[in-house]
Design a protein around this ligand. Structure first.
Ligand SMILES: [Zn+2]
Length: 109
């Protein structure tokens, strides 16, 4: 992902609207690109600060942002694990199908 692409996804990330592979690539990009991280941080802080000022609660946005990123990374790990499990199940199902067809072929022909 380039910085230009990353910029397009900052608002979606801040609004929790970024998912799947795009989220994974975006998280990787901001973990390696200080410029984009800072830009994302600014958008996040601005959005959250405005919302909090309205309801008057105290906040520690830097910690909350770190927590948000950790939760998203955890989500990506589960997402990838689920993809591996799905692939494994399909492979086993495919092998059973082949075995079944061989059995039918040998038995009836
Ligand atoms: Zn960047």
């Amino acid at each position: 992902m380039t910085c230009q692409e990353s910029e397009q996804y900052i608002q979606d990330f801040v609004d929790d609207a970024l998912t799947g592979e795009r989220l994974e690539v975006f998280l990787w990009h901001i973990s390696t690109c200080k410029t984009c991280y800072n830009e994302m941080e600014t958008s996040y802080l601005l959005k959250e600060a405005l919302a909090r000022l309205e309801d008057g609660t105290s906040f520690d946005l830097h910690s909350e942002l770190k927590e948000k990123i950790q939760i998203m990374e955890q989500y990506i790990r589960w997402h990838n694990l689920a993809a591996v499990v799905r692939r494994l199940i399909l492979t086993v199902a495919g092998l059973f199908l082949v075995w079944e067809m061989m059995y039918l072929y040998l038995y009836y022909l």
